[in-house]
Design a protein around this ligand. Structure first.
Ligand code: ZN
Ligand code: FE
Length: 254
């Protein structure tokens, strides 16, 4: 039986921990201490580390973990992460027999040059690319790349559970409401997630089907989103990449 547990790191990062009764794998350990504490408290062996991209809040704990918990480290082939033992890219499969898990690697560049996601167990570990009701900033790629990466994720089944890297959901929803004030699914989702946060619970994982209905960055073909993008830019554009680029820029200063 596999459980997926969020370990908190820094202010709003989650280190997703996939565990059985005896073993665990962690995704994006930006800090080592929460992981070391959890492994010790639960009596677990560390079977693998998975990284989605090179930012320190996702890989900063790896070296320290390896010192006492040596294990394979998977991560993007084309990013500067010196601790990787298994560089991977799209087409590769990550097998972790200790926890009975297998993931397909997807290339989703945009936030960083070679950002990857892990897809398996009807779950998606997507780092800082797709967030609940939002998406990551475009730091190293182009808006067109980021748009294509999100489109790739969008093609996965609606029931897919989205495990992203940060608890940004409520703030993202403030922006989403500015883009689509009349989206009823968004209003319902916000009151649901607000109640979770008031109880100190994560809003994650989300469901990809809910993202399709409420996440403005996945809705660049919706008339209401196109209209808001045009209002922001004071122009009349309609192609989805330009709409995406406009709302991403708008969100940067929101
Ligand atoms: Zn990042
Ligand atoms: Fe991050």
């Amino acid at each position: 039986m596999l459980n997926i547990v969020p370990l908190k790191a820094f202010k709003d990062n989650y280190i997703w921990t996939l565990r059985t009764a005896t073993h665990a794998a962690v995704v994006d350990p930006g800090e080592s201490q929460p992981v070391l504490d959890y492994l010790a408290a639960e009596g677990l062996q560390l079977a693998a580390i998975l990284a989605t991209h090179h930012h320190p809040d996702h890989v900063g704990g790896i070296a320290e973990l390896l010192r006492t918990r040596p294990c394979p480290v998977y991560g993007p082939k084309n990013e500067p992460i010196p601790t990787l033992t298994h560089p991977v890219s799209e087409g590769d499969t990550v097998r972790i027999p200790e926890i009975g898990a297998e993931f397909a690697v997807l290339d989703i560049p945009g936030h960083t040059r070679a950002h990857i996601a892990y897809y398996g167990l009807e779950s998606l570990f997507c780092g800082d690319t797709l967030f609940a009701c939002g998406c990551g900033r475009v730091f190293e790629g182009t808006p067109a790349q980021m748009f294509a990466s999100l489109a790739k994720l969008l093609a996965l089944p609606d029931a897919t559970l989205v495990y992203c890297g940060h608890e940004y959901t409520l703030a993202n929803m403030q922006f989403a409401k500015a883009v689509e004030p009349a989206n009823a699914a968004l209003a319902a989702r916000e009151s649901h997630d607000r109640a979770l946060r008031e109880r100190g619970l994560p809003t994650l994982p989300s469901r990809l089907g809910d993202e399709k209905a409420t996440n403005p960055f996945l809705r660049c073909r919706e008339p209401a989103v196109i209209e808001s993008a045009n209002k922001y830019l004071g122009s009349r554009l309609a192609d989805p990449v330009s709409v995406f680029s406009a709302i991403r820029e708008w969100k940067n200063g929101f």
